[in-house]
Design a protein around this ligand. Sequence first.
Ligand SMILES: Nc1nc2c(ncn2[C@@H]2O[C@H](COP(=O)(O)OP(=O)(O)OP(=O)(O)O)[C@@H](O)[C@H]2O)c(=O)[nH]1
Ligand SMILES: O=C([O-])CC(=O)C(=O)O
Ligand SMILES: [Mn+2]
Length: 620
Amino acid sequence: MTVTPQRTSAALSAPPKADAKVIAWVQEMADLTRPNRVVWCDGSEAELHGLMNKLVGTGTAIKLDPKKRPDSYLVRSDPSDVARVESRTFICSEREEDAGPTNNWAEPARMRRTLTDLFRGSMEGRTMYVVPFSMGPVGSPMARLGVQVTDSPYVVASMRTMTRMGDAALAQIGPDTAWVPAAHTVGAPLARGQADVAWPCNETKYICHFPEDREIWSYGSAYGGNAILPKKAFALRIASVQARDEGWLAEHMLLLKVTNPRGRVFHVAAAFPSACGKTNFAMLAPTLPDWKVETIGDDIAWIAPGPDGRLRAINPEAGFFGVAPGTGLSTNRTAVETMWGNTVFTNVALTDDGDVWWEGLTDEAPAHLTDWTGASWTPDSGRKAAHPNARFTVAAAQCPTISDDWEDPAGVVLDAIIFGGRRATNVPLVAQSRSWEHGVFMGATVSSEQTAAAEGTVGELRRDPFAMLPFCGYHMADYWQHWLDVGKAVTDAGATPPAIFQVNWFRKDADGRFLWPGFGENIRVLDWILGRLEGRADGVDSPVGILPAPWAINLDGAGVTPDQWAELLRVDPRSHLVESDDAARYLETFGAKVPEAIRRELHTLRDRLRGKLANGSLAA
Ligand SMILES: Nc1nc2c(ncn2[C@@H]2O[C@H](COP(=O)(O)OP(=O)(O)OP(=O)(O)O)[C@@H](O)[C@H]2O)c(=O)[nH]1
Ligand SMILES: O=C([O-])CC(=O)C(=O)O
Ligand SMILES: [Mn+2]
């Protein structure tokens, strides 16, 4: 006897105003994945409570003590599903060369067959949630729309915080609206009567992007960066392609508003690789008097020329998906205050009185904890209580320093752009680029030590251009050309592009200690950066860019010794020449597509370094 699986009707449960094409796609996905039922998410508070109750019921989430942290939960993932899987992330462009050497490429038709086979029946025994979402304030001309289907209630709850989702987003989609379909399954169908596990996932994982079709498929993981598809998959990988085609920029950048002691307001964007300080910088608590720093976004910025030609930026997200370890009262009090309630924690430790803890939250660890794997833990267990990539998910609106213009549908005018990385040696604390082209060169050659935000060896040095290495949806060298083109378009429109800077908070001394106090003290660097824009801060030329002149950065009370300061800004021509050899080899991997302006900047850098070396030996 053959049993025809019951057809789950997407149309039956669809809201009355749902667009026909959306319904048809959801139906197609339901026919393929065969869930027990289809639920269209409305984005309401009641819906969120229902999802969290369900997660508590399946043992996925633990409700924290409401007296300590109201409406907050701890979720423990499967120990194998804790970070983005870059080796399983694919750009399936029609032509391999459009993905470029930094992406895994797969032939689209073949990948579609693979995915179709994997998705067939993958939601059996589960509920398919339909989550319409808007990236950017609903109705903003800079916002973009999408619809994700997923069988993970944890992912739906995360999307409720990270995006504007539900009815309001669905209402934006009409017959002629562009929207991105994003299909997600944990890949763990349940047979009739089979008991579920707390964190269903699959050993096999695929995170696939079809840039020409503007489509996303994700299989096997429920970890945020792999499964909350509006975030990295859409707002960076797919959006970077849209941005290239439409003349704007989709960037891995935080956004902040700074008011200086004289009341002048600036907006700044900064790109640092994953786990290199974006959230911390976005919530900077200034240690210098009379400065005000407010938060607009902590991870992604969409940047487009406005009517006056100047670049304007929005934060397309609605929440923070932040790294917990290292986030504490002494480093980022603002983040800690943001998480007072309504927060989902993933892979942190549980205290005996029903609250959460992680390394760095407080100086001293509690005497006893349940660690992120659910095992008993004491300070002398000899292992971390929280996973190094443990995360908190919380609404941006809850941030005490959220800026009043963070949801401005027109975006904020950008005054400066900062690139950074995690470098123990060589790279100075701050340098200003001499031009837009030089700034693009700085961004293109950023290198950083690998962190726990992706699988791989922590500490290994890798080039991470524009902090976009894992997130650029097309050929990286074409992306650099696009940046050059955008700068030129701004200039051609008679406007001034933002000034570009490079920073490094992470330089270490011979004993392996950070030379720069960082965190709230980073305001001293911002003071200089903005002072450069106002013409009130002095700089000295160097081969790698304009460095702060002696005394140009206020170090009063920073606790930095003159020797440390000298080391923070030291540019050793010999080691920079070695670095530039490496940069040259790196650029070679992109072949003929490397823009002429980038080659020219490399050439200039090497000439200047050699000149410096020659002068140095003359002087000696
Ligand atoms: N030494 C030093 N460490 C910092 C500084 N800012 C951030 N960190 C540390 O860097 C780690 C990651 O910081 P985050 O701000 O969460 O990084 P992120 O770039 O937002 O990370 P993603 O969410 O993965 O994109 C934490 O352990 C921080 O404590 C700084 O100025 N100095
Ligand atoms: O995407 C993630 O998993 C978290 C994140 O912000 C990053 O890695 O940059
Ligand atoms: Mn990030």
